[in-house]
Design a protein around this ligand. Structure first.
Ligand SMILES: [Mg+2]
Length: 230
């Protein structure tokens, strides 16, 4: 494990359900707000219809918002204001994660399909904002959402990332494929991922499978410091 990560200088983290556990229920909350937005702004009365549209856009574009922009011309700020008005109190401060992030060699980045404001609020809740060097948001990606390869290329350009020295942590399996194609190592945050979101990928498709991110990072650094190479 340590051999593969020994030369890592770019630590790239997805935000939601990666830096905090999926059990916090934030995705469920934002999903509900998204459906409410769809029903209200697109004048859809039926819950199922709103959910079907949401899922289709998520599947086709990596992010529901991208479908809403392309097909309905929604106002991005209006969408963000509505969907990201979230109760984040279920996200607890994580001193273990802060400590593990603090000692990683190189740059620590958040790569998210959400806006910067949301990322900052989440990092504040975790008490990990000072340990993150950069946030690459959906605006930085010019709304090319993960898993669009263009998003990864923009991140690499903007932050001068050497992909061969990068590792990406992410809970949505398909979002790791472009990272791997570009030469990054991949670490899948295994959660209770519904089968349809596995997109035919299995644990063998990733360099690492991670259950406890803070523990994984701490072990990785400790192994390198002690020169363990097996
Ligand atoms: Mg995520």
């Amino acid at each position: 494990m340590s051999v593969l990560l020994a030369d890592t200088r770019y630590w790239i983290f997805d935000l939601d359900n990666t830096l905090y556990p999926a059990e916090a229920g934030i995705t469920r909350q934002s999903g509900q707000r998204m459906r409410h937005f769809l029903k209200d702004r697109l004048a859809i009365s039926d819950d199922m219809e709103a959910q079907t549209l949401q899922r289709r856009y998520f599947r086709d574009y990596g992010l529901t918002l991208v479908g809403l922009i392309r097909h309905h011309g929604v106002d991005v700020q209006d969408y963000f204001d509505h969907v990201y008005d979230l109760d984040l109190s279920a996200i607890a401060p994580s001193p273990d994660l802060a400590a593990a992030l603090a000692v990683l060699p190189g740059r620590r980045m958040v790569f998210t399909n959400s806006p910067t404001e949301h990322a900052e609020r989440v990092l504040d809740r975790l008490d990990c904002r000072a340990q993150i060097d950069a946030i690459f948001s959906i605006r930085d990606a010019e709304f090319q959402a993960k898993p669009a390869p263009e998003a990864y290329r923009r991140l690499i350009d903007m932050h001068a990332v050497t992909p061969e020295q990068a590792v990406m942590f992410e809970d949505i399996p398909r979002n790791l494929r472009p990272a791997s194609d570009l030469g990054m190592r991949t670490a899948w945050i295994r959660g209770d991922m519904p089968k349809h979101l596995m997109d035919g990928l299995t644990e063998r498709d990733f360099d690492f499978v991670v259950d406890d991110l803070a523990g994984f990072l701490a072990r990785t650094v400790a192994e390198q410091e002690w020169g363990v190479h097996t």
